[in-house]
Design a protein around this ligand. Structure first.
Ligand code: PGA
Length: 262
């Protein structure tokens, strides 16, 4: 089953509006030059989404996503921005990023976001990744075992996908992001990422059946750089990357996208 690769930049709480405009235009130019045959998206901080969209013009080469948003349209929820409000401006929503899970986001809240995004035609990029804090205190070491990791990520996946209709599930994107690899420079090896992604696809098959599960793109995220991207691009079952730090450098990010578009 050929799945079109997807590379997504998660800018987190970085950039001024000027930097956001400069970076997004630079990425677009780079993509226009290198023409990778993949989908590419950036997720700037919420208030920069609309100016960045205007700065990019009509190009479909670079799409936009939100790093987080609340389900619904309008409501008396101070400080929230809804998926309904963002809908005209975004194609993707990052849901369940570990930085939000660590700040207390529940499985239930992630599930509500995934359901609402799908309802509105926004593609959720559902992040799952084994949580070191669950194990490190007990074990006094950096990583869970493969078996622990596998059961932790399958549980996250099942809880986030509760009540998602099998008829829309193929639109979903999953990002496998081991927490110990995020922002640490300690990337998972392509073999390890491939193995975990295979487990996730097995869980998706149980949930939605093989035909539908085979259409779901599963990305790897965690210290992806221009240097290591080619290894993930050729690794079995990895359909793209969710990129944090390296997405804030135009050349680095375009190089990563190009690696997946070969
Ligand atoms: P990183 O972040 O690429 O800086 O490790 C990835 C992420 O948080 O999605």
């Amino acid at each position: 089953m050929a799945r079109k690769p997807l590379v997504v930049g998660n800018w987190k709480m970085q950039t001024s509006v000027e930097e956001a405009l400069h970076l997004s235009r630079g990425i677009l130019h780079g993509l226009q030059e290198r023409k990778p045959q993949i989908d590419v998206a950036i997720c700037p901080p919420l208030p920069w989404i609309v100016p960045v969209e205007a700065g990019l013009g009509r190009s479909q080469l670079l799409q936009l996503g939100a790093q987080d948003a609340s389900p619904g349209l309008y409501g008396a929820q101070t400080g929230h921005v809804s998926l309904g409000q963002l809908r005209p401006h975004i194609q993707y929503l990052i849901a369940g990023h570990s930085e939000r899970r660590l700040a207390g986001e529940s499985h239930q809240a992630i599930n509500a976001k995934v359901l609402d995004a799908l309802k509105r035609g926004i593609t959720p990029i559902l992040c799952v990744g084994e949580f070191v804090p669950l194990y490190s205190e007990k074990r006094k070491r950096g990583r869970p075992t493969k078996l622990e990791a596998e059961s932790n990520i399958s549980m996250q996946l099942r809880r986030a996908l509760r009540d998602v209709s099998p008829t829309v599930i193929s639109k979903l994107v999953v990002a496998y992001e081991p927490v110990w690899a995020i922002g640490t420079g300690n990337a998972a090896s392509p073999e390890y990422a491939s193995l975990m992604i295979r487990k996730l696809r097995r869980t998706l098959t149980r949930i939605a059946g093989k035909r539908r599960a085979d259409k779901i793109r599963i990305l790897y995220g965690g210290s992806v750089t221009a240097k290591n991207a080619p290894e993930y691009a050729i690794a079995k079952g990895i359909d793209g990357a969710l990129v944090g730090g390296a997405s804030l450098d135009t050349d680095e990010f375009v190089e990563i996208a190009t690696a997946f578009g070969q």
